[in-house]
Design a protein around this ligand. Structure first.
Ligand SMILES: [Zn+2]
Length: 216
């Protein structure tokens, strides 16, 4: 056993109970009580086909995601990305050529210290057996979407904030785009629009949490 795992044994990201070494599932209790979205949950957007998410953005799921993002609990990514890949395997069909993620601006990355959606994308891609590559950049820093409730203002806030990387090569690819939370889908739509304009065959989305109202 490494010193690292003695010092920092894995914990359930949702309740912080100690887990067995190497365990990446939530603890048994959380598996029963987490706010799962259910198999029929879907969010549709203007440019992406569908977005699926294993958890609702509330209760212990919301608290864990906030600790991950703002408390730098990067170890949570192992459990989170597993839940996401499990969800993608069950609810998305057709397969993907590449997994990518919604990037942070340079300023955002400096402030947070890591890109939360990149870690989720890399973990999920590894489980899904699909290559993972950066395809987007965010040259313009924008106010956090979480502070904006109006859908039109959220769309305006992200319009022009992202661009396709010069080395992205989305032509003909089926892209799975990863972010941490979907609310109105404005960010995912804007990023998907860029991927489609670059020639991607399709873009679907996968997030850990869904803050949108259920549309079933
Ligand atoms: Zn737990």
């Amino acid at each position: 056993m490494s010193l690292w795992s003695l010092l920092f044994p894995p914990r359930c990201p949702f309740c912080r109970r100690l887990l067995e070494k190497g365990e990446t599932q939530p603890c048994l209790n959380c598996r029963k009580t987490l706010p799962w979205t259910g198999e029929r949950q879907r969010v549709h957007g203007s440019f992406f086909g569908v977005c699926v998410s294993p958890l609702h953005y509330r209760d212990s799921a919301r608290a864990a995601l906030l600790r991950y993002k703002f408390g730098r609990k990067t170890a949570y990514a192992a459990c989170f990305s597993r839940l996401m890949a499990d969800c993608a395997e069950k609810r998305l069909v057709g397969g993907y050529d590449v997994v990518t993620w919604v990037p942070l601006s340079r300023r955002g990355l400096r402030k947070r210290g890591f890109c939360q959606s990149e870690l989720l994308a890399r973990g999920a891609a590894a489980q899904l057996g699909v290559p993972c590559a950066p395809m987007l950049r965010k040259p313009r820093h924008t106010p956090a979407q979480s502070g904006i409730t109006d859908a039109a203002v959220r769309r305006a806030n992200v319009s022009g904030a992202f661009s396709l990387r010069e080395d992205a090569m989305p032509e003909g690819k089926r892209v799975l785009l990863v972010d941490d939370v979907v609310t109105t889908g404005a960010t995912l739509s804007e990023c998907s629009r860029l991927l489609l304009m670059g020639g991607a065959e399709k873009a679907d989305c996968l997030t850990l949490c869904c803050a949108a109202r259920m549309k079933e």
